[in-house]
Design a binder for this molecule. Sequence first.
Ligand code: ZN
Length: 451
Amino acid sequence: MNILIQNGTIITMHNRKVIRQGAIAIEGKTIIDVGKNRKLKRKYGKGYEKMDAKGHVVIPGFINTHQHAAMSLLRGYADDLPLQEWLEKWIWPIERHMTPHDIYIGALLTAIESIMSGTTTVNTMYHYTPEENEAKAFTEAGLRGVIGHVCFSWRKKEDERALEDLAKNWHNKADGLTRVSVDPHAPYTVDPEYMKELKEIREELNQKYGSGKAPIICHMHVAETSDEKEKIRKAFNLKLETGVMEYLDSLGVLDKHVIAAHCVSLTNRDITIMKQSEVKASHNPISNLKLGSGISPVPKMLRKRVTVSLGTDSPCSNNTADMFEIMKTTAILHKGVTKKPTLIPAKQVLEMATIEGAKALSWKNEIGSIEIGKKADLAVVDFKKPHHCPQYNETNQLVYATKSADVDTVIIDGKIVMENGQLTTINVEKVMEMAEKIKVRLLQRLACNVK
Ligand SMILES: [Zn+2]
């Protein structure tokens, strides 16, 4: 389908260009033109479905670089707890009762929530099973994604099989909508030898299924809390003299296709290593605040020119998939902590949520900005609302005033997946009903197990 979006304010995220009274021409999956309305209207008449964006702002869809999509099923299940207790006593025991079908439904729910709040790409780390999985859910919803399989030292053989199946069936599949990643859970759950093996596995899978333009990346939690070194010592009897990133570097597992989630407890040397090895960061401020994990040294990373993207983390440590919330929190948190109101201005935050996210997923060649030749992944935001009035600066407005409910229409890969607030791909009510049923079943299975 060919689409001409007209009369909108286009925030391109390409050289920070904003086009008022702008238009975007889309042919198939691709943006073929961006410019002033009067010019494009003449060029693209017949054969284009017209979309009027008067009073709306059009942005590249958000790129959420740290998620565990299926965990939407546990939203609100365990709140107000510290990370380790939350994981060991609450999350891991109930997750053992999740079936592949449950995971698929949970991921559908997150895909819906993501699209409805303007996100067009999600980087998710979870348990992959061939039968049903997050990749299937994302493609059905029409959401772009990097789907990972999370690896632990205690299940190496199982992980190896899952990774092979995941890469074979989902890397650069669904017409390029899905890519995959190899995901060591964290330096305290993956022993040093396995960490190295997983890098080798990633290289092998890349040779078989990846390419320079569409690489299989690595996604892992790094330095989420200040006691991570202690956790590594306990788990592997390994006393680290360095920061956690420096330890990973000593294993030779870091490279430009590694995205590290959280990066809260970093040394200055760790940040230098990230810059040198081109490791990307996913900043998850709401999850870090909620779990009391601390505050990531984002201004320091940015000063060193490390790529910092944004993520929500799972819907049970956040508890939403809302990137508007993440943008505003990022913009105000570091100002408050450092007492420097000029730090991380709105335009930089919007970059972190879009183009920097694309860089972080090694996907910048196709997504992250509204540019000729890139995939048409866009969110159309309604600015005809009291909280957007009066309008001085659209970018500042998006970061400080816009709500996810203002997202009106979403296009992914040239396809309209939400129009006027209604999803076109998935029956939302039905997925919500199924998620409620799964909740009841999970609690029953957990109760039986406990007895
Ligand atoms: Zn996480």
